[in-house]
Ligand binder design. Structure first.
Ligand code: ADP
Length: 270
């Protein structure tokens, strides 16, 4: 993979620190904004073609995990980066406060039901990682219980990978000040106000607890089979560009080809 794609990948075995990652960084692009838009548009077309191939070939499964602080841009990424892909082969699974049937089972049950099938690309909008994030910050389970989940999740993702699922995990990294600005924008804009909830302000008070929880999650669960990418996300155009580059590189590495059914040789449509 190219340096611009590798730049934000968290290597296993290195102590990961969120403080070392600048949410304002845009160092892998040094041209004009128009050039970034042109690169993004070309990558977006390429992503569309690769997803078509994924669907046609029907051999690989792709799981994209999206995690972020509130206002971090998960919805924006889903809208922009996946604009134009064929909805037949792409699915978004959103993970909210667990329902009663979900609470009555182990925490991975609901995630496992949503994993991609052959030829499918599934985006986890939040994910099983909430069970190590919100659950930790709000003490929804005793520490002894959630701590074991680092190992469970690593093993579960390894199993998915061993069985043919390609996993990429993105943390959209914004600064606390950027979040303030985005929450304020939501309040001020009548078309965005529906997204605002007073609960967001309560969560914001726990900013540092969440950052610590994310740091440990990323440090302990970025593996070769299921890497975390920490994406500088204060600038939306840069966030989308970097994610698109990573997805294109990941799908290209699968070396997919369109199926060529042998028994059609010589068939002519009259
Ligand atoms: P989003 O913020 O993703 O656009 P919502 O505003 O509906 O969507 O928020 C979903 C909420 O569900 C978040 O507050 C998140 O912390 C919560 N949630 C997700 N998974 C869990 C979980 N396993 N346990 C408790 N809360 C969860």
């Amino acid at each position: 993979m190219s340096a611009s794609v590798d730049r934000y990948r968290v290597r296993p075995g290195q102590r990961f620190r969120l403080a070392d990652c600048d949410p304002e960084d845009n160092s892998t692009f040094d041209g004009e904004r128009e050039a970034a838009e042109a690169e993004f548009a070309a990558l977006n077309d390429r992503l569309e073609a690769l997803q078509e191939l994924l669907h046609a070939e029907g051999r690989h499964r792709v799981l994209v995990v999206l995690q972020a602080m509130d206002t971090g841009g998960k919805d924006g990424v889903i809208r922009k980066v996946f604009e134009g892909v064929n909805p037949t082969g792409v699915r978004v699974a959103s993970f909210k406060v667990p329902t009663a049937p979900e609470m009555a089972r182990d925490y991975l049950w609901r995630a496992h039901q949503q994993v991609p099938a052959n030829g499918e690309l599934v985006i986890f909008n939040r994910s099983h990682y909430e069970d190590l994030l919100v659950v930790r910050v709000h003490e929804l389970a005793p520490e002894k219980r959630w701590r074991r989940r680092f190992d469970h999740i690593q093993a579960w993702e390894q199993m998915l990978a061993d069985e043919g699922t390609t996993i990429v995990k993105f943390f959209l990294h914004i600064s606390k000040d950027e979040q303030r600005q985005r929450l304020q924008d939501r309040l001020d804009d009548p078309e965005k106000r529906w997204k605002f909830s007073l609960g967001d302000l309560k969560e914001r008070e726990r900013w540092h607890d969440y950052q610590a929880a994310y740091e440990e999650v990323i440090d302990r669960t970025s593996t070769d089979s299921a890497p975390w990418y920490v994406i500088p996300a204060n600038r939306k155009w840069y966030r989308d560009l970097v994610i698109c580059r990573i997805l294109v590189a990941t799908l290209e590495s699968l070396d997919m080809t369109f199926p060529q059914p042998a028994d059609l040789t010589g068939v002519v449509v009259t």
